[in-house]
Design a protein around this ligand. Structure first.
Ligand SMILES: Cc1cc2nc3c(=O)[nH]c(=O)nc-3n(C[C@H](O)[C@H](O)[C@H](O)COP(=O)(O)O)c2cc1C
Length: 153
């Protein structure tokens, strides 16, 4: 089974988990990078005018620098921080740009305390081709993520 680990991370927590996962699985790794990177001020959700809040309220697309070619991958792990109890808008935009037909998709997230909630259901409309979502959860440690992932490959 050919596997891709792809992730968005604004402040490094999800990136560290994604890198460890890809290394353990021997999978390819692809970082989702917004065309315009987030500054610390952009992420200050306590400020109603911060970029993160403007994007969320306007349900805005957040253009990404590059999209991967998913041809040949059977299973894609997609990691991101929980923002407002779901995936960040940049992940929605990324998902819309990829072809998911016939793929298995596993969602892993990091958070400040929220669980995965309805994250998978909220992401589904942004997944053209309707992949099979084989798992979705929030993780705090590499060990927990890796043992969950190894049960899916
Ligand atoms: C704009 C924004 C919204 C967030 N919303 C939530 C949330 O709804 N629930 C939660 O537990 N954490 C929330 N967080 C915290 C992040 O999910 C958490 O810090 C995450 O591990 C950051 O991952 P990263 O370093 O890979 O970006 C939010 C953070 C930001 C910047």
């Amino acid at each position: 089974m050919k596997t891709l680990v792809t992730y968005f991370s604004a402040s490094g927590t999800t990136a560290a988990l994604a890198e460890a996962l890809a290394e353990r699985l021997g999978a390819d790794l692809f970082e989702i990078r917004p065309e315009s990177p987030y500054s610390p001020a952009d992420l200050r959700w306590t400020n109603p005018l911060a970029r993160c809040n403007r994007e969320k309220i306007g349900s805005r697309d957040v253009p990404v620098k590059e999209l991967p070619d998913l041809t040949g991958y059977d299973l894609v792990f997609l990691g991101f921080p929980i923002w407002y109890y779901g995936a960040p808008n940049v992940v929605n935009t990324f998902c819309k740009g990829c072809g998911w037909a016939g793929k298995k998709l596993a969602l892993f997230a990091t958070s400040g305390g929220s669980g995965i909630g309805k994250t998978a259901e909220k992401l589904r409309p942004f997944l053209p081709g309707g992949p099979e979502i084989v798992g979705a959860d929030v993780f705090r440690t590499q060990a927990d993520l890796i043992s969950w992932a190894e049960s899916l490959v």
